[in-house]
Design a binder for this molecule. Structure first.
Ligand code: SF4
Length: 210
């Protein structure tokens, strides 16, 4: 299923699939990008992330920027003023509590400003190869439409997926789902007639589709 999603969304040029080539695989870059990406289109996040990382490729350099400078660099990502405050504080906490390195445990990551469960799980999976699933709105929506889980919130979807998805697939789960959600199983009017999963999908909660 994940392979089919990846192939179809790659053919359709899903924006999220260009993230890795844009920002690389370093833990700090992945953390910054994931914090920036909330409620923001990937195309905008990639540009903002690149501008910020060009000026501040390390926590030490980020800590030297003021909140106003960070705001200017990441504008127009969603909630850029709040994110600028979080990133400024996050850089200082990485230096004071984690020796200037991105930590590799869930508890440590979620102690950082602006880092919640979704961001921590994405960083753990992408940067450290841990068996975690980052559940955003795409993963939540598609998992429920496919009937993999029946859950009302992303947090509950995360709990349910943690129970049923074998460890070896967890770290690979987020990216194909997000890409598929951007291109085929979109929030409104999913393209069910063009979907490679259409035969086996119960389309739970889908009122209108193409
Ligand atoms: S058949 Fe429709 S609802 Fe099911 S995964 Fe495909 S696009 Fe989504």
């Amino acid at each position: 299923m994940l392979r089919l999603m990846q192939r179809e969304s790659s053919r359709r040029g899903a924006p999220v699939l260009s993230v890795e080539s844009a920002i690389g695989r370093g833990a700090f870059a992945i953390l910054i990008f994931t914090v920036l990406s909330a409620r923001t289109r990937d195309e905008t996040t990639i540009k903002a992330g690149r501008r910020l990382l060009a000026k501040a490729p390390t926590p030490q350099k980020l800590a030297r920027l003021s909140t106003a400078q960070i705001s200017r660099l990441i504008h127009p990502v969603g909630f850029y003023k709040t994110k600028a405050r979080h990133l400024h504080a996050l850089a200082h906490k990485l230096i004071s509590d984690f020796n200037g390195k991105v930590p590799s445990t869930f508890e440590s990551l979620t102690s950082l400003p602006g880092v919640g469960r979704k961001t921590a799980n994405i960083v753990l999976a992408s940067a450290f190869g841990k068996h975690t699933i980052g559940v955003d709105t795409h993963v939540h929506r598609i998992s429920n439409r496919l009937g993999l889980v029946r859950a009302k919130t992303p947090e509950k979807t995360n709990d349910a997926l943690d129970r049923i998805i074998p460890n070896k697939y967890k770290k690979k789960f987020n990216m194909p789902m997000v890409a598929f959600g951007q291109t085929v199983c979109t929030p409104l009017h999913p393209k069910c007639s063009e979907c490679p999963l259409t035969e086996g999908c119960p389309r739970i909660g889908v009122a209108k589709h193409r």
